[in-house]
Design a protein around this ligand. Structure first.
Ligand code: PLP
Length: 392
């Protein structure tokens, strides 16, 4: 059928970056190229066995086969609160300060529907995970981009936000450890962000799916560790990246009860909760031994070290990420983000993500997700070396 014009809210969106990348990659695969993809931030490592066993047992129990409550089982929310206390020393009321999500992406996309009216502003980092912007646009809001630059350690300059913009702003999005830059936020910056949110009476939404993927002894902090944060902030967590569970679709948001209640009302009206068997698996993940997380980090760190060493040897001036599984690589002189990524795909069969796909300020960079094994990283680096490209 023709004649079905998509809504203005869909027409207003930039093309979903990963869909476009996947199309380009499929073209190469069809040609028979052995493509090595560093494109999508999706762990290639398996979900630990004790979590799979918890799912299997719970899936066999008929009492888990019905509609789950939209906000999540209290036992899952208790497990999340307990994990928070152990990990961050933050106490949370599981009944009002924890909300279960069908993956944190869902809760990120829905938050503006609960609090943003047409014409309101949402402060979004640039470059950033695309869902902050999409959710804002779907709610009729306007985004104000906060550039993340190397000169500022990829932290937004909150002081540079014009007073008139701050006045109209409803939500401030932050994400540390950061996707796509791999940057981390010092405690002083988190404190500055909480003070900013309190001063302007806006919601501080901190997206922290990489809090457990950190290296060299570094331990990312929770925004809720900052005094007064619970008055203005929520924090999103995901089991996806921590326990290699991206396909399972479970995450949670914690913090200010009023903000979570608003998000919960959107969920109540738009979706049901997470399959209870998956919630039991989430409980097993959060309350079981955390050895699997340490083991994963060792694997990520080994890959990071191989990747960064090879890039540096080719002349790329790339920073060593302290957390996340992303390297944020300046493209060589004479290239744009797009031309560099297109070249690597066409001439080396290597997929990396153009930085400008995460926002205009990402131009000049490419993101490499080290979600492939060490042998494949070495192979990809060999192929790039043979192209004779030198980093600048
Ligand atoms: C992966 C990712 C998410 C989404 O995780 P899910 O819980 O699987 O939906 C959210 N934010 C950022 C920055 C991510 O990279």
């Amino acid at each position: 059928m023709s004649g079905y014009t998509q809504s203005q809210r869909l027409q207003g969106l930039p093309p979903y970056l990963f869909a476009e990348l996947d199309r380009m990659k499929q073209e190469q695969v069809k040609k028979g190229v052995d493509v090595i993809s560093f494109g999508i931030g999706d762990p290639d490592l398996p979900t630990p066995p004790h979590i799979i066993q918890a799912l299997a047992a719970a899936a066999a129990d008929p009492k888990n086969h019905q509609y789950p409550s939209y906000e999540g089982m209290l036992t899952f929310r208790k497990a999340a609160a307990d994990w928070y206390r152990t990990r961050f020393g933050v106490s949370l009321d599981p009944a009002t300060e924890v909300l279960t999500l069908i993956g944190s992406k869902e809760g990120i996309g829905h938050l503006p529907l609960a609090f943003v009216n047409p014409g309101d502003v949402v402060l979004v980092p640039d470059p950033a995970y695309p869902v902050y912007q999409a959710g804002t646009l779907f709610a009729g809001g306007e985004t104000y981009c906060m550039p993340l630059t190397p000169a500022r350690g990829f932290l937004p300059d909150l002081g540079a936000i014009p007073a008139a913009v701050a006045k109209r702003a409803k939500i401030l999005w932050l994400n540390y450890p950061n996707n796509p830059t791999g940057a981390v936020a010092p405690r002083e910056f988190l404190a500055e962000a909480v003070a900013f949110a309190r001063r302007h009476r806006l919601i501080l939404a901190h997206d922290a799916p990489y809090s457990e993927i950190a290296f060299d002894g570094y331990r990312p902090e929770s925004i809720l560790n900052i005094d007064g944060a619970k008055e203005v902030a929520i924090e999103y967590h995901s089991v996806s990246k921590t326990y290699n569970m991206t396909g399972w679709r479970i995450g949670f948001a914690v913090g200010n009860a009023q903000i979570l209640a608003g998000l919960g009302r959107i969920k109540q009206n738009m979706d049901s909760g997470v399959f209870q068997a998956v919630q039991y698996a989430g409980i097993a993940a959060l309350s079981g031994s955390q050895q699997c997380v340490a083991d994963n980090c060792r694997i990520w760190q080994e890959r990071r070290d191989v990747l960064i060493a090879a890039l540096r040897e080719m002349g790329f001036s790339v920073a060593t990420p302290k957390a996340s599984f992303y390297a944020w690589v300046p493209v060589p002189a004479g290239f744009t983000s797009s031309s560099f990524c297109a070249d690597l795909l066409a001439k080396a069969g290597v997929v990396v993500t153009p930085g400008n796909g995460f926002g205009a300020a990402g131009e000049g960079f490419a993101r490499i997700a080290f979600t492939v094994n060490v042998d494949r990283i070495r192979e990809a680096m060999d192929r790039i070396r043979k192209l004779g490209i030198r980093g600048g």
